[in-house]
Design a protein around this ligand. Structure first.
Ligand code: BDR
Ligand code: CA
Length: 343
């Protein structure tokens, strides 16, 4: 199994990534760390607690992260993810509470306790990980793998003409994290950039398949009042909340002239964290522009050794999106069905 630290800014696609990780039998989620990004950090933390409780996994630790980027003021994007970061979903208010340790300490402690075993997955700004590495510079050498959704290399940005959201929110943090890799003993982080994740487009058809599969397949041990095939889509609570969240994301993408679809940035990165063989990667030395008046937050990849610095990343380039969606839909549907839509 894959022991995971998931650091996110939940977030509609972060939400689906989280449920996918809960649904995947290979994933052993040890902590969910909250970082400010799509919405403020405390709202992200509340969303993480709420999804875990809804899915019957409030035993998993949820940590609050830094409330602002290293140097810049926090920017959020409620237009993209809804006022609370989860689109139209209205999750029950969680009764569980956050951990007493902060997100950076969780990165440090979990990798200390399990050297060489933990897989890190970051689908938000890199603030927490940068703070953890400042406190503990050897942290990268204790990771088994690190997967980051962020950056853009040959494609237009989604935050400025040349920058991607997760990097643009905290460019200093991203710069520090990339600088901490490329040394002996540290794994090469896999970057899932916008170039690739924007080609992973969820459609209403995918969501319809998820809902149908979650509802119509027989449950393993149906109770007397819970006959398979008798529940409507809306009766499966987990699927209903996911559909309500993603509907907002479809509308946002449509308003951006992308069509009635949604880019599955973070669920794809989650799939790579569990099985890196689903993508091909290109080795590069990656750095982040922090001072350019037009280009702050831009990721730059040196693939030819111009800088004379070591390779510090593998940039994900291609994947089979259909296979990815089949896996996502089947696993999340099976999980929702098994849970009968609630804890
Ligand atoms: C990234 O930005 C966020 O809004 C999404 O959750 C994703 O992690 C895509 O640029
Ligand atoms: Ca995210």
């Amino acid at each position: 199994s894959v022991p995971l630290i998931f650091d996110c800014d939940t977030g509609i696609d972060d939400s689906l990534a989280l449920v996918y990780l809960l649904a995947h039998p290979a994933a052993d989620l040890r902590a969910v760390l909250s970082t400010g990004g799509n919405v403020p950090t405390d709202v992200v933390c509340g969303n993480n607690l709420a999804w875990l409780q809804l899915c019957g996994r409030d035993d998993i630790e949820v940590c609050l992260g830094a409330d602002a980027p290293l140097e810049a003021p926090l920017m959020t994007t409620e237009d993209t993810h809804g006022p609370l970061g989860i689109g139209y979903a209205q999750l029950p208010v969680p009764t569980s509470t956050k951990s007493s340790r902060d997100a950076a300490d969780a990165w440090i402690d979990l990798t200390m306790d399990n050297p060489g075993e933990m897989v890190g997955l970051v689908t938000g700004p890199l603030t927490n990980l940068a703070l953890a590495i400042r406190r503990d510079p050897l942290l990268p050498t204790r990771l088994r793998r690190l997967v980051i959704m962020g950056g853009v290399f040959h494609h237009g940005g989604n935050t400025t003409p040349t920058s991607e959201w997760n990097i643009a929110v905290d460019p200093e943090a991203a710069k520090e994290v990339f600088a901490a890799f490329g040394t002996d003993g540290a794994p090469r982080p896999i970057i899932c950039p916008l170039d690739l994740t924007e080609s992973i487009r969820m459609t209403p058809d995918h969501l319809g398949r998820l809902a149908a599969l979650a509802e119509s397949s027989p449950v393993e041990q149906p109770g007397p009042d819970d006959e398979p095939g008798t529940r409507s889509v809306a009766d499966n609570t987990i699927v209903r909340h996911l559909v309500d969240a993603i509907r907002f994301y479809f509308e946002f993408h449509e308003a951006q002239s992308e069509g009635y679809i949604a880019h599955m940035h973070d669920p794809f990165a989650a799939a790579v964290a569990l099985d890196p063989s689903i993508t091909q990667t290109r080795p590069a030395c990656v750095d982040v522009e922090t001072t350019g008046s037009l280009t702050r937050g831009t990721t730059v990849a040196d693939e030819r050794g111009f800088w004379g610095r070591p390779v510090n990343a593998g940039i994900a380039t291609t994947t089979d999106a259909d296979l990815f969606f089949d896996d996502l839909i089947e696993r999340v549907a099976a999980f929702a069905r098994e849970r009968r839509g609630g804890p």
